[in-house]
Design a protein around this ligand. Structure first.
Ligand SMILES: [Zn+2]
Length: 410
């Protein structure tokens, strides 16, 4: 049973933290180094050659039936958010190592190499820039980020030097498309859908793109006691109507559209003053770019109509947009085959959360396997995966690896 060993290692890695009270392991910290050393020792025990690349990713390589073959790359990240759970990221790295260890124990060599990568930074906690590890491997690392500073004023350039790394060497982490057959990541779902379906694993269709907007509505501030209701231009009441409209618009969609207003500020923000100006954020995600763009346009039209009817002036700005990353159909089909062969119903779902595949798509075709997590809770110490589900994920991944057939052209 691979699940028990995986859970044991998740617990062991989960103790490597900047604080005893909560789990936090950020890029280029002392804990980053300790965790990297532990992961590399597990990789070596599994029969892999392991090294730390130019940005701090741990890379393990298990040769195929002859040396130097292109690889099937597996992996996930081993940095965490602050007050994190133990499973987000490490489950994918530790499971992949367990699968290779199993191949190694049985002396199985495949017609391709298997590489396992633990990405140094996916969450972007320290320098507010995500996917640093996978971008370095994909060759899309943005050097401007080196000047970003953490909360204590240390630049990434300085942090790299303290870690014993030379930023000039980040480029050496980049891989060529011809070296990779595919990138496949196992990750916890971070949502409640698999639990609701009573399934241990799910096949990811795409990593949803996201559009973030900043919306502000301006009406007229006034005295809460003297301005009659009919004469008000209350920006906060208008924003409330907009928020409900977003909820209804997305609720009426049955193709995976989600929209969230997560932050709001009202000015001047006093008990006895009618709010004159309100700003709120809007985050919209969908499994395809077309779907998301159409939805954003539809939502903005509704917000405009609400503003017009309430005589509120409106400003809408797109503050962030990232593309949808579809999982390659040939690869997804092989993951689905492995799921079915292990005796589970094949269930496909989009990933609403971002993952390293968003960067890896620039260097390889991408697929993902989700594992059920309790209550769909993630980015929280209550994050939990049942040992049996960790085992199910490992069995599916191992079967996938052993039956993997590269695209003839790759
Ligand atoms: Zn993650």
């Amino acid at each position: 049973m691979l699940g028990d060993e995986i859970v044991g290692r998740i617990n062991q890695l989960g103790t490597i933290s900047e604080a005893a009270e909560h789990l936090a392991r950020v890029f280029l910290s002392a804990e980053h180094r300790i965790a990297a050393d532990l992961l590399m020792s597990w990789m070596e025990d599994a029969g892999m050659a392991a090294h730390l690349d130019g940005i701090g990713n741990v890379c393990g390589r298990y040769e195929g039936n002859r040396p130097g073959l292109p690889c099937l790359m597996l992996g996930s990240h081993y940095d965490t958010v602050r007050d994190a759970g133990k499973w987000d990221g490490p489950l994918g790295v530790i499971t992949a190592i367990a699968c290779v260890a199993d191949l190694n124990r049985r002396g199985v060599r495949l017609p391709f190499a298997v590489e396992v990568v633990g990405f140094a930074d996916e969450e972007g906690v320290r320098f507010s820039s995500t996917l640093l590890g996978s971008r370095a491997i994909a060759g899309t690392f943005d050097e401007a980020v080196l000047d970003a500073r953490d909360a204590s004023g240390v630049s990434m350039r300085e942090a790299m030097a303290q870690f014993g790394f030379d930023p000039v060497r980040i480029g050496t982490a980049a891989r060529k498309r011809s070296e990779l057959h595919a990138y496949v990541e196992l990750h916890i779902e971070q949502g409640p859908v698999l639990e609701q379906r009573n399934l241990p694993v799910g096949v990811v269709t795409a990593i949803a793109g996201a559009t973030r907007l900043a919306v502000s509505l301006s009406g007229l501030a006034g005295h809460a006691g003297t301005v009659p209701m009919a004469l008000r231009r209350d920006a906060l009441a208008g924003a409330a109507e907009c928020i409900v409209a977003v909820e209804q618009f997305c609720g009426d969609d049955d193709a995976g559209l989600v929209g969230t207003v997560g932050a709001i500020t009202a000015m001047p923000g006093a008990t006895n003053v009618i709010p004159g100006r309100v700003s709120f954020t809007l985050d919209v995600r969908a499994p395809t770019d077309d779907h998301r763009r159409l939805a954003v346009a539809g939502i903005v039209r509704q917000i405009e109509a609400i503003g017009k009817r309430r005589e509120l002036s409106l400003q809408v700005d797109i503050t962030h947009e990232n593309r949808t990353v579809p999982c390659a159909s040939w690869l997804k089909a092989q993951v689905a085959e492995a799921v079915a062969a292990e005796g589970y119903a094949v269930f496909e779902l989009p990933s609403g959360a971002g993952h390293d595949g968003m960067a890896m798509i620039d260097v390889a075709d991408v697929a993902m396997l989700f594992v059920r997590c309790r209550g769909g809770i993630s980015h929280n110490p209550a994050e939990h995966v049942a040992s049996a589900d960790a085992d199910a994920g490992a069995c599916v991944l191992l079967r996938f690896i052993e039956n993997f057939r590269p695209l003839p052209s790759s």
